[in-house]
Design a protein around this ligand. Structure first.
Ligand code: FES
Ligand code: FES
Length: 153
């Protein structure tokens, strides 16, 4: 299979990567850039554990081909820090007890950051819709929703 060279910006840094046409963006992030905060769950677009921002929109990175991200901009959970500090959403989710096993948390954080970037003061319905693609088997979602609403106050 011929390899392809792509250039993409990840968390503000420009990277040149050689990828297989079958590689997903998730593969590229975890295996080539060693950004392992983005989790592999279902690998089929159903769980949201692999959510990243692609040109400021949340996407399941397991469903995006790496070659389709040439000259585009990606933000992972590692890139949402603010001045080296956890993002307010991260602090709030922890403070509200919205983390148990933590497997879903990076994806939920990225989806929440995307929501707040677009809607700084979302309704509860908008919060629930924003994280509807992020499956959490532990928390029941209520504490996560309360945390996101708290940040938006
Ligand atoms: S691993 Fe991508 S949606 Fe589940
Ligand atoms: S905290 Fe375990 S899946 Fe969400």
């Amino acid at each position: 299979m011929p390899q392809h060279q792509i250039t993409l910006t990840v968390n503000g840094d420009l990277h040149e990567l050689v990828v297989d046409p079958r590689d997903s963006l998730l593969d590229a992030l975890r295996d080539k850039l060693e950004l392992r905060g983005t989790h592999l769950g279902c690998d089929s677009g159903d769980c949201g554990a692999c959510t990243v921002l692609l040109d400021n929109e949340p996407v399941p990175s397991c469903l995006v081909l790496a070659i389709d991200t040439d000259r585009r901009e990606v933000v992972t959970v590692e890139g949402v820090l603010q001045n080296g500090e956890p993002h307010p959403v991260q602090k709030a989710i922890v403070a509200h007890g919205g983390v148990q096993c933590g497997y879903c948390t990076p994806g939920i954080v990225v989806s929440s950051v995307a929501l707040l970037n677009h809607h700084p003061h979302p309704t509860e319905g908008q919060v629930r819709e924003a994280i509807a693609g992020n499956l959490c088997r532990c928390t029941g979602y209520q504490k996560i929703v309360e945390a996101i609403l708290d940040v938006s106050k």
